[in-house]
Design a protein around this ligand. Structure first.
Ligand code: ADP
Length: 446
């Protein structure tokens, strides 16, 4: 049966859910279509946190940071090709995104350091647990209160156009029965294409055969639908690999582990990189090692302080050794080399200076066992490129004009992250631009 609403939102990740709340609170009728049997998309898998600068939470924790530094770090991390205006919008709105989530009960109160950031600015729940499920939970609770319907197993397949404007979507339900949602505006919040290996290889042939950290629904269908109505794409070939994923399943280990003190060693038992460099550089450095893999080394002290790490260990991703030589023999690597590496590293932490790799923020001495080693390899993580939008989330054509009635937010879009996304910026992106999409689409309804 066909539906009639003011605004139809495609995708129930962080961007779609945020857009829906704003649109509904602006008094519009809204429905969300989600192709999968569950909500949340890749947002469910966001393990890190949310970057923002000049927040009250940083202030309470005595952290000095500035929006300008956040902007510059992101631009540098993104290889200087980020869209400056989209990036400025992200930076300006990020603190509000956190307060907005906290008003709904997210409990984001801890700030840590993460790769590519000059200052601690990745905001996470107090116990260091993953941000994604928290975000999906609070947003979906809010939508329940607001009585917004989320239609599961409902896949948008085509945008409906009339007189040059987008006026709804054609969709199919669980049994592949077609239906239409007629609307005055469509917000595409369908995420990226990191799970679509054909599309990945189309734009980046050298990524053939890589595992992926993405949920199965990250197929890029929204990008294709937008292209069909004339949308321009931006930096579509910019695909990020995440340095630390499980070699077998592609399961991703949060970057925060390295920020909080974990080091990387290779099969020869040696460090080979500053662990806090950006994802692309750390990934490349791992790919240069034997078997294109490395071990994240942590100890019991870190496990006791970090809920994410404790979870990885409980789920069986780590090998444990009561001391380093036992760990080395479990891993089948050279014990003397591993011991020497840790001894040197502990001294760097005590001296406050890593003379080999110049890692800053030497917080954990890793002096005492038991020790844990998590094997890691880079996997396909984030598709930075996508549909071209302006700062109000209008979808743009190659001539720079907006497509009437069409908005997009989140990983489906390109430009915010440039050539490499900094950890903690995806969640900031989806909340900031999801909200703007909902607000703009509501304000522009005829
Ligand atoms: P973001 O982080 O940008 O919010 P997510 O990956 O978290 O992106 O969420 C995107 C959601 O959109 C996923 O749950 C995905 O299954 C859904 N989705 C993608 N394409 C379609 C489609 N054609 N129809 C309905 N839902 C879709």
């Amino acid at each position: 049966e066909d539906l009639n609403v003011d605004i139809v939102i495609v995708g129930s990740g962080g961007a779609g859910l945020s857009a829906a709340i704003e649109a509904k609170e602006a008094g519009k009728s809204v429905v969300i279509l989600e192709q999968m049997p569950i909500i949340g998309g890749n947002t469910n898998r966001a393990t890190g946190g949310l970057n923002a600068a000049e927040t009250t939470i940083q202030e309470e924790n005595g952290i000095k940071d500035s929006k300008q530094t956040f902007y510059e770090d992101t631009l540098k991390g993104g290889h200087d090709i980020n869209d400056p205006e989209l990036l400025r919008t992200l930076v300006d709105h990020a603190p509000d995104a956190i307060y907005w989530l906290n008003d709904m009960g997210a409990g984001i109160s801890r700030v840590s350091l993460s790769g590519g950031a000059t200052n601690p600015r990745i905001h996470t729940p107090a116990d260091g647990s993953a941000i994604g499920p928290v975000v999906v939970n609070v947003l979906s609770q809010k939508l329940k209160e607001l009585e917004v319907d989320i239609l599961l197993n409902s896949k948008a397949v085509k945008l409906i156009e009339q007189d040059g404007a987008v006026v709804g979507v054609e969709a199919i339900d669980k049994n592949e029965n077609p239906f239409k949602v007629n609307a005055k505006a469509v917000i595409l919040a369908t995420g990226g294409f990191g799970a679509n290996s054909e599309m990945v290889v189309q734009y980046r042939p050298e990524l053939e055969g890589f595992s992926t950290t993405n949920h199965a629904g990250a197929t890029g269908s929204g990008i294709v639908m937008a292209q069909e109505v004339g949308a321009d794409l931006m930096q579509i070939e910019q695909i990020q690999i995440h340095p630390t994923t499980d070699p077998e399943s592609g399961y991703m280990f949060t970057e925060g582990l390295r920020g909080d003190g974990a080091i990387l060693v290779n099969k020869e038992g040696k460090r080979f990189t500053n662990e806090l460099l950006t994802r692309d550089v750390v990934s490349q450095n791992i790919l240069k090692q034997t078997d294109k893999m490395a071990y994240l080394i942590t100890n019991q002290e870190m496990v006791d302080e970090n809920a994410s790490l404790a979870k990885y260990i409980k789920e069986g991703y780590a090998t444990k050794g009561d001391d380093l030589s036992l760990l080395a023999s479990e891993l089948g690597i050279d014990a003397a080399a591993l011991e020497a590496t840790l001894k040197t590293y502990t001294q760097y932490v005590k001296d406050g200076k890593d003379t080999e790799f110049e890692r800053a923020h030497l917080t954990q001495s890793l002096e005492a066992g038991p020790y844990y080693a998590i094997p890691v390899t880079p996997g396909i993580h984030h598709t930075m490129g996508g549909v071209k939008i302006d700062t109000k989330t209008h979808v743009l054509k190659p001539d720079g004009h907006a497509i009437a009635g069409l908005y997009a937010a989140g990983e489906i879009t390109g430009g915010v992250h440039g050539g490499n996304r900094i950890g903690g910026n995806a969640v900031a992106d989806i909340i900031v631009f999801g909200r703007i999409a909902g607000q703009t689409a509501a304000a522009e309804l005829k």
